[in-house]
Design a protein around this ligand. Structure first.
Ligand SMILES: *[C@@H]1O[C@H](CO)[C@@H](O)[C@H](O)[C@H]1NC(C)=O
Ligand SMILES: *[C@@H]1O[C@H](CO)[C@@H](O)[C@H](O)[C@H]1NC(C)=O
Ligand SMILES: *[C@@H]1O[C@H](CO)[C@@H](O)[C@H](O)[C@H]1NC(C)=O
Length: 511
């Protein structure tokens, strides 16, 4: 049933009109292959259900003994695998200036310009002068920006020629009417970070704010499209990894599916804490996010992967590197710091945001059994994903944390969760961690090694253009979006039946 619900409302023959993706520059890598093989999920589905009904009829008319299990096992298995659902994704026709064009501009800054980029980016600018002419330039290495690079890898997968996308869960369609969702290819994080780097003062203003101009351009474009008018934006997917991405237009995109790293900086929609019992998407107000319609995505890890076979003995119990002082929820960090800094076997260090700091983290995370993950200014950070790639058992100290791919990954199998109140009792944490046996820790590490790939975006191809790993972050994100489809569809249909002239629904009266 779910799959029927998820089919596009008008399953017309797929059109071969490639939506010319960029308007400024041609993108040969894609346009060569514009006769998309937006293939045969409808016929396959039809075949499957035909097969199912024949099968059930067979069961009905013949007692099960007459059909041996061997005769039905094989066809049903092979059909099942070809029925692996996909999500049909249409990429909105935004100009290149709103995605890869931003990277052209990023790399065009003078190497001596200290405002944007890290040491490594300045190095890339001065040593690789050809970078500006690349069709798909690399994403910045500056760790502050790189940790949010989901937008780059998700688009890279969608831009890959169809014949190289056979492992992708998202099927790119070239007619929005065949799409389950519309992907908005705006590099919202890079846009925000570039504005913050160049003129931080203008960021919260609209005047003189390039980022705001781009946000406006995206929204004004989308609101004119048939797809947006039909859905009110509910089936549009925005990547908003940086909490300040699309800051000025949050209320306008609030009905959409937002890919966020956590709910920090947003109000959380929690039906239990309000008197609104409704669980549909149209009750989620502006500046709110919800696990109902939004998807938590991983930060991009910054440290290299340690394979289980390379794991060495770990001499420290607990490792933490980061700033001692942090805003908002990070107050506990300071208290934890004082509690732990002089414990034996615990390494607490303040790091530098450069190559030295990176080496320090790699060493620290690989030489410690556990890695501390206290609340920062938002509940999560890329540190958690660095710990997983380093096979350092995460110790998550946060009373309200949202994690990616919940339900697909069981974090209890490789992490330790600690209540803030316990963590702040003197000696409690170290004693608790010491109580884990070697076998338990080894099991955690084995489980962690299995989930490492799930949190990796980079597919190893320049520009992210090329086949993606089946078990990587991009496919998991689309699988999560796929899970939301029935509810989104319901919300769109409910909205559509409202007679003209009916304004905002007030089914819920909070007093
Ligand atoms: C829910 O309603 C009750 C009674 O009307 C009220 O006292 C309470 O404050 C409301 N709670 C919220 C979260 O609005
Ligand atoms: C940790 O030990 C150092 C050196 O003995 C001392 O100066 C410092 O005050 C101690 N810190 C805390 C928080 O106890
Ligand atoms: C990183 O920064 C620290 C402190 O500023 C400095 O001592 C160190 O040499 C730097 N390392 C590199 C590789 O630039």
């Amino acid at each position: 049933m779910l799959m029927i619900l998820c089919m596009p409302s008008k399953p017309t023959e797929p059109h071969n009109n490639f939506n010319s993706y960029n308007t400024n520059k041609p993108m040969p890598v894609i346009s060569k292959n514009n006769n998309n093989n937006a293939s045969s999920s409808v016929p396959k589905l039809f075949l499957f259900f035909t097969f199912l009904s024949i099968l059930s009829l067979a069961f009905f008319f013949f007692p099960t003994t007459t059909i041996t299990t061997t005769t039905i096992a094989h066809p049903s298995l092979s059909l099942q695998s070809s029925l692996e659902p996909t999500i049909n994704v249409y990429v909105a026709d935004l100009p290149r200036s709103l995605n890869y064009g931003l990277l052209d501009r990023y790399w065009a800054f003078s190497p001596s310009d200290s405002r944007l980029g890290s040491d490594s980016d300045r190095g890339i600018r001065s040593s690789n002068l050809g970078i500006k002419t690349l069709e798909i330039p690399p994403y910045p290495e500056n760790p502050l920006i790189k940790q949010y690079s989901a937008e780059y890898w998700i688009l890279g997968d969608l831009m890959t020629p169809p014949q190289h996308r056979t492992g992708s869960f998202a099927k790119r369609v070239f007619d929005p009417r065949n799409a389950h969702v519309i992907f908005v290819p705006f590099f919202a994080t890079l846009s925000a970070e570039m504005q913050l780097g160049m003129a931080k003062g203008a960021f919260r203003k609209k005047v003189g704010n390039e980022d705001y101009k781009r946000q406006r351009q995206v929204i004004d474009f989308l609101k004119k499209t048939e797809s947006w008018k039909r859905s009110g934006g509910r089936d549009h997917v925005f990547v908003l990894t940086d909490p300040v991405a699309m800051w000025h237009v949050k209320d306008e995109i609030s009905p959409a599916i937002l890919l966020v790293v956590d709910f920090g900086g947003w109000y959380r929609h929690d039906s239990k804490s309000s008197n609104c019992s409704s669980t549909d998407t149209d009750m989620i107000q502006h500046t709110q996010v919800s696990v109902l319609k939004d998807v938590i995505v991983p930060y991009t890890h910054l440290l290299p992967r340690l394979h289980l076979s390379e794991n060495k003995e770990r001499h420290n119990i607990l490792y933490f590197k980061g700033a001692k002082h942090r805003r908002r929820g990070g107050l506990i960090r300071e208290k934890l710091w004082d509690l732990l800094v002089n414990e034996s076997g615990v390494i607490m260090e303040e790091g530098f945001p450069n190559a030295t700091g990176r080496e320090q983290s790699i060493r620290g995370m690989r030489a410690s059994e556990f890695c501390l993950h206290p609340a920062g200014d938002t509940p999560t950070s890329c540190r958690l994903f660095d710990a997983i790639q380093s096979l350092c058992i995460p110790v998550i100290i946060s009373d309200n944390i949202e994690l990616p791919f919940e339900g697909m990954v069981d974090y209890l199998e490789f992490s330790v969760f600690v209540a803030v109140s316990d963590a702040l009792k003197p000696s409690w944490l170290v004693n608790h961690l010491k109580s884990f046996s070697k076998e338990q820790k080894d099991r955690f590490r084995q489980n962690m090694a299995q989930v490492q790939p799930i949190f990796v975006y980079d597919n190893g191809h320049p520009g992210g253009i090329g086949p993606i790993p089946l078990d990587g972050a991009v496919n998991h994100i689309w699988k999560k979006v796929h899970q939301k489809l029935p509810m989104i569809k319901e919300a769109i249909i409910r909205e559509k039946r409202k007679p003209p002239g009916v304004s905002v629904p007030r089914r819920c009266h909070c007093t």
